[in-house]
Design a protein around this ligand. Structure first.
Ligand code: AR6
Length: 179
């Protein structure tokens, strides 16, 4: 499913983030930037050891709600944006932190002249964020950013399983209806 947000494309697909040919992909990292399971593990496996070497050389960590950039190693993507989403707690701060994790990635795209990025569903695996809530925060944050930033031409959400995909698809439809 895809829609235009001003001059940009916002897309929701089912698939594997490690296979995307967008200039950048997002990663759901932890604040120690230590690697792990889930999408983080998959990205480091597919991209090879240079991604971790790049992280170690440039950063000692990353606060929750922020993101850092590395090269993409063996991935098709030239860059990986390692975003740290919140561990879900049920407080209103969760949404602020999740939104700022996505927003920081988009700001890094603007700074590095990256015009296309694919995101996984940050925080909705091990970090326990309910997909319904997280999808609304993610899509709203991206839509709001795209409205003021035509330099970003494509944002694609790549959802690993069909259930998560359906929730994002529904959230995008709802968001479009209510705007
Ligand atoms: N492509 C796209 N999405 C994927 C892929 C893939 N190849 N693999 C998994 N997902 P999670 P979090 C989905 O747990 O909740 C790590 O250990 C997955 O189905 O990867 O932010 C980090 O190091 C789910 O929908 O990230 C952190 O410690 C989504 O990606 C912690 O987990 C996010 O699930 C971060 O937890």
């Amino acid at each position: 499913m895809k829609e235009m947000v001003h001059q940009s494309v916002l897309e929701v697909v089912q698939g594997d983030i490690t296979q995307q040919d967008t200039e950048a992909i997002g990663n759901a990292a932890n604040s120690r930037l230590a690697g792990g399971g889930g999408v983080d593990g998959a990205i480091h496996r597919a991209g090879g050891p240079t991604i971790m070497a790049d992280l170690r050389a440039k950063y000692t960590g990353c606060p929750t709600g922020s993101a850092v950039i590395t090269g993409g190693g063996n991935l098709k993507a030239k860059y990986v944006l390692h975003a740290v989403g919140p561990i879900y707690s049920g407080s209103p701060k969760d949404a602020q932190l999740l939104s700022s994790a996505y927003r920081t990635c988009l700001e890094l795209c603007t700074q590095h002249q990256i015009s296309a990025i694919a995101f996984p569903s940050i925080s909705t695996g091990v970090y326990g964020y309910p997909v319904e809530e997280a999808s609304r925060v993610a899509l709203k944050t991206v839509k709001d950013y795209l409205k003021g930033h035509p330099e970003i031409k494509l944002v694609r959400f790549v959802l690993f399983d069909s259930k998560t995909y359906s929730v994002y698809e529904e959230a995008l439809k709802e968001l479009t209806k209510t705007e």
